[in-house]
Write a protein of this length. Structure first.
Length: 162
């Protein structure tokens, strides 16, 4: 998997209420995407382009276990989220819905607006500035789920005839 997009940078402790405020949770998956990251930047989805990348600090996706948070991010057109660390439930929800994520040790030098390339299988992130980061390797079974577009497409693909 390869992603190339413009960076949108956020800090530490971006919780699910900031990713998708509770007042939008009753919307369907298609509509909720219009409000991704609106707890921080109400105009976020008007500024991004399909294929852009969110980069954040520590503890991205903390808070409630709402699957709506990664659904909103993916539906908005964001192709990947990179952070120093993810809450475990956000990590699992992102994989389950097919949103690529990558953990790197330090995101402080990455800036909003620069282009970034993410090589999920290789565990490598390359910034326009020339900086190269190693990301945590994703286990083979998780990679297969991502390549299938999420857990349900993976199950449907691998359980045909059973």
């Amino acid at each position: 998997m390869f992603v190339r997009g413009k960076v949108w940078k956020f800090g530490d402790d971006i919780n699910t209420d900031l990713i998708i405020p509770g007042k939008y949770l009753e919307l369907g998956n298609d509509e909720v995407s219009d409000f991704a990251m609106s707890g921080i930047d109400p105009d976020f989805t008007k500024k991004i382009k399909i294929g852009d990348v969110i980069v954040a600090g520590k503890n991205f996706g903390s808070g409630s276990s709402r699957e709506t948070a990664p659904i909103a991010i993916k539906g908005s057109g964001i192709a990947c989220v990179i952070a120093e660390s993810f809450s475990r439930i956000f990590f699992r929800n992102a994989i389950n819905i097919g949103l690529p994520i990558a953990e790197i040790k330090n995101t402080s030098a990455i800036r909003t607006g620069e282009m970034i390339e993410v090589y999920i299988e290789e565990g490598k992130v390359i910034c326009e500035s020339g900086e190269i980061y190693e990301s945590s390797k994703i286990a083979e079974d998780i990679l297969l789920i991502l390549q299938s577009g999420g857990l349900m497409p993976y199950i449907l693909k691998h359980n045909k005839g059973e």
